[in-house]
Write a protein that binds this ligand. Structure first.
Ligand code: ADP
Ligand code: MG
Ligand code: MG
Length: 513
């Protein structure tokens, strides 16, 4: 592929071309639920008092160019990542050794751990766990090498509320539609081709994960109708992303699901004598459902727990006999601290959880350098890097949080640490910034087109259903595991954060080169 051609990608559009492309994009996206509820900054709630409006989700106009070898590698190693993280989630003693350091300094992690311990004391009532994971990567090109090679480097691994699996299927279908419509200028014909466009089956494959857990659940003797329960935030602007999973669950598997705001958990569910989770929908108070699977799309952020009751709700769900997606141990396995410990050079941990040497080597190749900020030798060296403005500019500082908007970037790190008591520094990890090769695209957000340099982040979904260890000798076993499609998120290269929901990024699809 002539790199000059790629350098001109995406091409400038004439006014007529742009009008045709955007009018098709806008109509297709609404017709197919590639949509979000409007931001209050875009439409004031008083202008939409009954909440009926929706708008196109932030999307790229063109599919972004992505190295084919990196794309294929990301998908190919997802099964190994499923194995790795489900093995970590099954190893309570190991997780405890990681979490211990955080307990006194990170209240959120401490409360999650305490909730787990409370359930453990009583005994877990369910030994199956479901993971709907997403491993996030960027393409890294080391500028210091004479012939820089490109490779995938992992940004993070998500074990709770991995989002955009619904919209991702839709955006890859949108880009294919625009291509088939000849809405892209003919100068792109040697780049945008059927075989280069990658469709993501994430909505269907994630729904299949929920259905698989639902079917593996052993019902109580109460003979009630069964359902999956989506625990959600309220309000939720990204509701259509979740709806696509609900619709696929019903259409493809005949599985009924309900949405329950996390804050209403205790008023609409209760536990039977054998800790069966019972749900009574407010619209049909005479029907009670037995919940097979609790799917958390909330509960990952301290903001989801404004009251003590919210911790009681998490405990109540964890205690129940429903299969959790994720359990608290699985949630904690996704901590940035775990990622840092795995990435420690020459550490025995990866081998312990992933004995297959070839698989472990491929996974290891995706780790970027991450350092602790504790009192170990590595921690002391990292503290020097983080407090010196010259070196700090190559790093990102991350707390044990999810959902975007929590990190501290580059030059902001030294002043941030200066204001933080040193005893709290170990609650953070210091990660080298991944530097992707420059790319361009156009993002449509709230009807406005933003053109320029972009940074792409590939997410690969994984589904894993496993049986937890039941005794000291029992290690548990994986029952089902598959790669479940992909997500491409793209942000302007001036933005450090990439969250689509947070208003920085856009959903995208891959055009392989
Ligand atoms: P969260 O769990 O909140 O999503 P992430 O680790 O994914 O936290 O960080 C949020 C965003 O910050 C990422 O989507 C990415 O855009 C950026 N980011 C995080 N780590 C790196 C890194 N090592 N190099 C470059 N960008 C990063
Ligand atoms: Mg995350
Ligand atoms: Mg992230």
């Amino acid at each position: 592929m002539a790199s000059k051609l790629l350098g001109n990608y995406p091409p400038e559009l004439s006014q007529e071309e742009e009008h045709y492309l955007l009018s098709n994009l806008k109509d297709w996206s609404i017709a197919h639920g590639l949509a979000v509820r409007p931001a209050p900054s875009f439409i004031q709630p008083s202008q939409d008092p009954s909440g009926v409006l929706a708008t196109t989700a932030p999307v790229t106009v063109f599919p972004s160019l992505f190295p084919g070898s990196c794309f294929k590698e990301g998908l190919a190693i997802q099964n190994a990542y499923n194995k790795l993280y489900s093995a970590i989630a099954r190893d309570e003693a190991w997780l405890q050794s990681i979490v211990e350091e955080l307990l006194g300094i990170d209240d959120f992690v401490a409360k999650l751990w305490q909730t787990h311990l409370t359930v453990k004391k009583q005994g877990y009532a369910q030994d199956l766990s479901l993971g709907l994971f997403r491993s996030d990567y960027m393409v890294h090109q080391d500028p210091s090498e004479a012939n820089p090679t490109t490779g995938l480097k992992q940004v993070e691994f998500n074990t709770i509320a991995s989002s955009f699996g619904g919209l991702s299927s839709q955006v890859s279908a949108l880009h294919r539609f625009l291509f088939e419509l000849d809405a892209y200028p003919s100068s792109t014909s040697s780049i945008i081709k059927t075989e280069a466009l990658q469709q993501s089956r994430s909505a269907s494959l994630l729904a299949k994960g929920l259905a698989t857990a639902h079917k593996a659940y052993v019902s109580s003797s109460a003979n009630l109708p069964l359902c999956v329960l989506f625990i959600v935030q309220d309000p939720e602007r990204n509701v259509f992303d979740q709806r696509h999973l609900e619709y696929a669950l019903l259409a493809e598997h005949r599985v009924r699901s309900f949405r329950l705001p996390f804050g209403e958990t205790l008023s609409h569910t209760r536990l039977g004598s054998d800790r069966t989770l019972l749900y009574t929908p407010p619209n049909s108070p005479s029907t009670t459902y037995e919940v097979t699977t609790v799917y958390f799309r909330a509960g990952y952020s301290p903001d989801d727990y404004p009251n003590d009751d919210d911790w009681s709700a998490r405990l109540h769900l964890e205690k129940s006999r429903a299969i959790k997606c994720p359990s608290i141990l699985t949630h904690l396995a996704g901590s940035k601290k775990v990622q840092q410990v795995l990435a420690t050079p020459h550490s025995p941990h990866l081998k312990r959880f992933l004995p297959d040497e070839k698989a472990a080597a491929r996974v290891l190749a995706t780790f970027a350098p991450i350092y602790p900020l504790d009192n170990t030798q590595a921690g002391k060296e990292a503290r020097k890097l983080a407090t010196d403005p010259a070196s700090a500019s190559r790093y990102v500082l991350k707390p044990q949080r999810e959902g975007g908007g929590n990190n501290i970037y580059r030059k902001a790190i030294p002043p941030f640490l200066e204001n933080l008591p040193e005893t709290h520094w170990p609650a953070y990890v210091l990660m080298e910034m991944i530097e992707p090769p420059p790319l361009r695209n156009a993002i449509l957000r709230n009807g406005e087109l933003q053109r320029g340099g972009v940074i792409c982040e590939l997410g690969v979904y994984g589904v894993c259903l496993w049986r937890d260890a039941s005794g000291p000798e029992q290690k548990g076993e994986i029952l089902e595991s598959w790669e479940a499609g992909y997500l491409l998120r793209t942000k302007g290269d001036q933005s450090e954060e990439g969250g689509v929901a947070a208003g920085f990024g856009a959903v995208d699809s891959c055009c392989l080169v």
